[in-house]
Design a protein around this ligand. Structure first.
Ligand code: PLP
Length: 845
């Protein structure tokens, strides 16, 4: 018989019992018919049982303490899997392992059934996920708000070397981590028109004749390390507002009525697969308004339950906009305050600015969101009026800064006077919030000097930097348990909560025994990665080679093509230069990353890498020394197994293009050495690690800026014989023998179109740096491991805990709200009792 601790007890026996009960009563599975899927779900439900009580306790503590909540609004949360992280953060790893093994199961096999929650494209979405982990661990009351896409980022297949996209039906087998909240539903309006009515000497604006879509909440628990605070990721799903359009139904058109219902629900069907590039699609704007409207209504509902006056709203809610995707929050909050709450414009504007903060994520002009006025107007007519009013008042202020400078006024205007006119969402976000931050020192500097210099004159106090970070709990403790144990054995486990302690590891770089143990763990991780790839994509790689890894979204600015050209430079020398060949360190180049489906050149770069891989593999002279693999379907789960195995981390974007990067930080804390440009957070990584322990190459941002005016790719190619040789090989059609001219667009971008990302300016120093790095690995493993350990020891700054503490202090004024651990669980029957009867007729609120 089950004892009474089944649902919340922390012993091996309790967990085994709960697992078994869920297998039977939630999954109806028995000895004769149980799938791995059933067992995964049963385990997830058993773990979830251990979350629910403390989750409620967290909410209650935060409510009774009247703590300021942080609201992180993000169109993307690239969460990956939840199981292992939840178990580790709850401190139930050993017990869970033993519970399963007592029943004859291997924990890893069950955990491997979980699909990634891929509700994001890349760095921006993964940052949001790391932030949630840090917020919960630091016990800061916080909600993530986003969209519950039915389809996350597409699954990438490679066919004939080309990327093929497949739908990611991640909810097919259900999601045991989420709780549907059918009682938390908000209507969201679209379209219609605005009527001004004069009432008591005041203009009242009514938004009428709209279509309505409902947003329903689904909650996922975010377990902080130690299990005290459990915050919430609340994702909105679109539901038809009416079961049927009754007139259509009465006219007998049943199918038409159902069709319009499905139409409404397309809103949350699919994540747009574009990274740092926007498309002016109407459905995308609808998604943005949908999740902003639901989230603000939810925040305001929570505020109103406290019964405080509106001027205190900013001290109750700190709302952070992750990029401009949620920047409609500026107009929507104004609409709620002015139209629905009857607050005067100026007071409403104070509240709005004080509550909102904006994080900019890019320096690329093509990534800045703009919506045409006609589209904006027809979808959100009242918001259009409000944006014009905000802009009118703001430009009056701007004129006082820039008298007689219509050119500068034109630059800061929220409305771009193009044809058609466009709404500039970054301008709206800067004007409508109290803080605009960049995500690395260099990026934040360039925001002020290059991207928004006029705004920096008008609002200098608003601009600040928050260098990105990653959670060491997912990216080191969970992803690389062997290295984590080695570190803990050396310096204790305080680094798990306080990553600045990782600096205590530095002296161990000089300890030969420690270096050997590090080396053995790296080797083991490479064997592990090889077996991951064998089962994930059927590829065979050799763990005895150097692993050189570039995994990130495929984008021209990230310069995967430069990496590919360097591989060709290695290839030609392996064939032509016996001396080079004799001392060559055998190397495996690993690539992973998705290209936006409409991004032709990015997809062509994938094909280019795959063709190079094929040429090398079929060349028996070269293949024992050099191999290239494009790993299909890069995602969080792949990153977790590949990063611990990497020897070299490729971070080679053109200086001044990568806002921060976070992949660079994951590699650093796992003991890979970086080959990188002085771009994004690489600059800070170099400063922390020391220039001797990182391989920096290429031009700096300043050098690029002065070079750009007169840059000629042809000249740079001609002055470097090896580069010229590689370009000749390209031109000869050697790597596309039966596929004539397929790479012409890449050639064109490099020459006719002027090599926008200046590959050839940096190629010489890139090739040289690579040669030097491989030689060090081949000839002085002691020094290599020393540098790797020094990198780990220097990675303390790059914890998202540090980033979140800075946001909390400088932008949100948010403080921890400690939640007591309570696993007694013996109030269940009392909590289930009828509150009306048990309190003598008084309904408890
Ligand atoms: C960390 C991460 C990224 C971001 O990588 P960058 O190298 O910073 O571009 C993208 N995708 C996944 C799955 C990640 O884990």
């Amino acid at each position: 018989m089950a004892d009474t601790h089944t649902r919340y007890g922390h012993t091996e026996k309790d967990i085994a019992q709960d697992f078994a009960e869920h297998l039977k009563y939630s999954q109806d599975a028995d000895l004769y018919h149980t799938t791995d899927q059933n067992r995964y779900t049963a385990l997830a439900l058993a773990i979830r049982d251990r979350i629910i009580h403390q989750w409620g306790k967290s909410r209650k503590t935060q409510r009774t303490q009247n703590a300021r909540r942080v609201y992180y609004l993000s169109l993307e949360f690239l969460m990956g899997r939840a199981m292992t992280n939840n178990i580790i953060n709850l401190g139930l790893e050993d017990e869970t392992r033993q519970a399963l093994s007592s029943l004859g199961y291997a924990y890893e096999e069950l955990a491997d059934q979980e699909p990634d929650a891929g509700l994001g494209n890349g760095g921006l979405g993964r940052l949001a996920a790391c932030f949630l982990d840090s917020l919960a661990t630091l016990q800061i009351p916080a909600y993530g708000y986003g969209i519950r896409y039915n389809y996350g980022i597409f699954r990438q297949q490679i066919k004939g070397g080309w990327q093929v996209e497949q739908p990611d039906n991640w909810l097919r087998d259900g999601n045991p981590w989420e709780l549907p909240r059918p009682d938390i539903v908000y209507p969201v309006q679209f379209g219609g028109e605005v009527r001004a009515i004069r009432e008591a000497g005041k203009d009242i604006y009514r938004w009428i004749g709209t279509e309505t879509v409902n947003g329903m909440a689904y909650d996922m628990p975010i377990v902080g390390y130690g299990g005290n605070t459990i915050n919430t990721l609340r994702l909105w799903s679109a539901k038809a507002a009416n079961e049927f359009n009754f007139s259509e139904f009465n006219d007998g058109d049943y199918t038409e009525a159902v069709r319009s219902r499905i139409q409404a629900e397309t809103l949350s069907q699919v994540l747009y697969p574009n990274d740092t590039r926007y498309l002016g699609k109407e459905l995308r704007l609808k998604q943005q308004y949908f999740f902003v409207a639901c989230s603000l209504r939810d925040i305001i509902n929570r505020f109103k339950r406290q019964g405080a006056s509106w001027d205190t709203f900013p001290s109750f809610a700190a709302i952070q906009m992750n990029d401009t995707h949620p920047s409609l929050a500026v107009a929507e909050l104004m609409r709620i305050l002015v139209d629905l709450e009857g607050i005067e414009w100026d007071a409403a504007w104070e509240i709005t600015q004080a509550a909102l903060g904006y994080t900019n994520h890019t320096l690329m002009p093509e990534a800045l969101e703009k919506w045409t006025v006609p589209m904006f107007q027809s979808l959100l007519p009242r918001h259009m009026q409000i944006v014009y009013e905000i802009n009118y008042r703001f430009l009056q202020k701007a004129v006082s800064f820039f008298p007689m400078r219509p050119d500068l006024i034109g630059k800061v205007s929220i409305i771009e006077e193009s044809n058609p006119k466009q709404v500039r969402m970054a301008n709206l976000a800067i004007v409508g919030s109290h803080s605009t931050n960049g995500v690395a020192e260099l990026h934040s500097q360039l925001l002020k000097s290059d991207m928004f210099p006029e705004f920096n004159i008008i609002f200098p106090e608003r601009f600040n930097n928050k260098t990105n970070g990653i959670t060491q709990r997912r990216w080191l403790l969970a992803a690389n348990p062997a290295l984590a144990s080695l570190i803990t054995a050396a310096i204790g486990d305080r680094w798990i909560r306080d990553f600045s302690r990782i600096s205590d590891l530095a002296p161990f770089a000089e300890d030969a025994g420690f270096r050997d143990r590090f080396d053995a763990i790296k080797k083991q991780a490479k064997i592990h990665a090889a077996s991951f790839l064998a089962s994930d994509c059927g590829a065979t790689i050799n763990p005895d080679t150097l692993f050189d890894v570039q995994i990130k979204r495929i984008h021209e600015y990230k310069r995967q093509l430069l990496n590919a050209l360097n591989i060709l430079a290695i290839y030609v020398r392996l064939k032509d230069d016996p001396q080079f060949r004799a001392s060559f360190q055998p190397t495996t180049f690993l690539f992973g990353g998705k290209a936006a489906p409409g991004y032709v050149n990015a997809k062509l770069i994938i094909k280019f890498i795959n063709n190079i891989a094929t040429v090398i593999q079929s060349d028996s002279q070269v293949s024992p020394l050099l191999s290239v693999l494009f790993m299909p379907n890069y995602r969080v789960t792949m990153a977790e197994s590949i990063i611990p195995a990497a020897n070299i981390s490729e971070q080679i974007s053109l200086a001044g293009t990568e806002a921060s990067g976070t992949g660079n930080m994951k590699f650093m804390c796992n003991g890979a050495l970086t080959i990188g440009t002085m771009d994004g957070a690489n600059v800070e990584i170099a400063a922390e690690a020391g220039r001797d322990n990182i391989f920096i190459f290429g031009h700096t941002e300043e050098e690029i800026t002065s070079l750009k005016a007169t840059y000629s790719p042809r000249e740079w190619v001609d002055k470097n014989p090896l580069t010229r040789h590689v370009v000749e090989l390209l031109d000869s059609g050697y790597i596309n023998v039966n596929e004539p001219a397929i790479f012409a667009p890449l050639r064109r971008s490099l020459f006719e179109e002027g090599d926008r990302y200046m590959l050839f300016a940096d190629m010489g120093s890139y090739v040289e740096t690579h040669d030097k790095v491989r030689t060090l690995y081949a000839e002085n493993r002691t020094e290599w491991n020393r540098k790797a350990i020094l990198n780990i020891a220097a990675s303390g700054k790059f914890s998202s805990d540090r980033t979140i503490m800075e946001y909390a202090q400088d932008i949100w004024n948010a403080k921890p709200c400690p939640v007591e651990l309570d696993d007694s669980g013996d109030t269940i029957l009392k909590d289930a009792g009828n509150p009306v009867r048990s309190s003598g007729g008084k309904k408890k609120k």
